[in-house]
Design a protein around this ligand. Sequence first.
Ligand code: G4P
Length: 533
Amino acid sequence: MLMQTRTEAPPADPVARRRTFAIISHPDAGKTTLTEKLLLFGGAIQLAGEVKAKRNRVSTRSDWMGIEKERGISVVTSVMTFEYGDCVFNLLDTPGHEDFSEDTYRTLTAVDSAVMVIDAAKGIEARTRKLFEVCRLRDIPIVTFVNKLDRESRDPFDILDEIEKTLALDAAPVTWPIGSGRNFSGTYELGMNRVRRLDAADDGGTVPVSGPEDPLFDELLTENGAADAWREEVELAQGGLKAFDLDAFREGHLTPVFFGSALRNFGVRDLIDGLAKVAPAPRGQDADKRRVEPSEARMTGFVFKIQANMDPNHRDRIAFMRVCSGKLNRGMKARLVRTGKPISLSAPQFFFAQDRAIADEAYAGDVVGIPNHGTLRIGDTLTEGEEIVFRGVPSFAPEILRRIKLTDAMKAKKLKEALQQMGEEGVVQVFVPYDGSQAIVGVVGALQLDVLKERLQAEYGLPVDYEMSRFTVCRWVTSDSETDLDKFIDSHNSAMARDLDGAPVFMATTAFSLRYEEERYPSVSFTDVKDYQ
Ligand code: G4P
């Protein structure tokens, strides 16, 4: 189906050229492979396979740990910038393992669109669905890539139907596969009378056809009756399925669907061309007091990710900031709204597949890395002076709570410092009980605990263990009535803690006791999501 294009602004406008996106998928659907191929098109890397050395992988766990050890790789792949055609693409990487889902949610606050990769044999899988829900909450438009068509696949109608039913999202195919598995021989661009042949080298050009009746399809689909069956399918697809509609896509109600094989580098060019044409340029972002438009002259941005730098001895970190408006110039001074202090952006960095480079200037939609020694936290807003805070970099109530056991009591102060830093980086959440007892760490997934332990040992020389905490659930507590909140806190002192920002957190031993308190204190809100401030 013809993808209508709409010229948003003259191409010279640097913001209109930007496409900032992430790839969402279930593990193994082909996100890494697709990333490599997209970067190849952008000329960001020379050879496929450089993004992530995945050979000899034993498990996701060791894969992650290994990568984390070579910190350089994970820093570099957090964001990848490349140019293709008239566009500058910023591809934000999200961790594959669901134990790091918090990191993924935060990353999704910094994108304007997402590519959903689906394995053609498996359809929509659990993690894809979850990530999709996050995109929906944020009205992020989704472009779908149905991958692995070179293997035995499900019927395309089946896949589209599943998208519509399970995600409540209209699916508009842009291309249509010609055969599948061993018989996969290319794609037909619906309504455009163009065929991309699998046997064309390196996802090369398309060939014109007169329409589905073209004899080329008899050549490509040689099995008895296959060409005619395929023609019927296409007729059904063109007549019965949704046509692409830019507004519905931008509002998050419809997804254009591309079919291909990342491994064979097939269909990737259609996908990237599609992103260039229809994915939105940087959009306005909501701050506490107003919405900030990308076209505004003054620079604003927010930090959505912090990553420890390559050299653990120097404790320097990279804060990843999405520029929301204006122009960031190297050397400029910005205001860190949380503290009111100025921060000098002397060496902001751009990231390419294996390289980084000093960014002399960056525009709305760009993601720059700001080296710092702990000044910046997740959720921080930087401006040219204005007192605004961007909303929506969330923190989730952890599902696992553990007390930290330090084997060397002399190192308590160092542990406090280290936990503060790990908390600020978003590795774990740290809760300091009101009663002065040992800090409690909270995580969404158990792997985060392993990472914390390893990093405390490797970077701070702190051997720690975990103890079960008597608490199993926690909630941030707020109230419109300060008196009511104080009353609640006073009468639950031994179950109260402060998070990194000093916000009060109630910890309950069971979900039942949490519900009991909720009922007893109706004027107090118990929330499981908190915006970083
Ligand atoms: P992920 O990042 O989403 O977890 O997926 P990844 O790209 O690592 O792909 C998972 C597996 O699927 C890999 O094989 C990869 O080669 C394969 N794959 C990706 N795209 C396609 C495709 O279009 N067609 C086919 N047939 N396979 C595809 P693996 O053997 O598990 O890993 P590896 O050892 O080859 O890296």
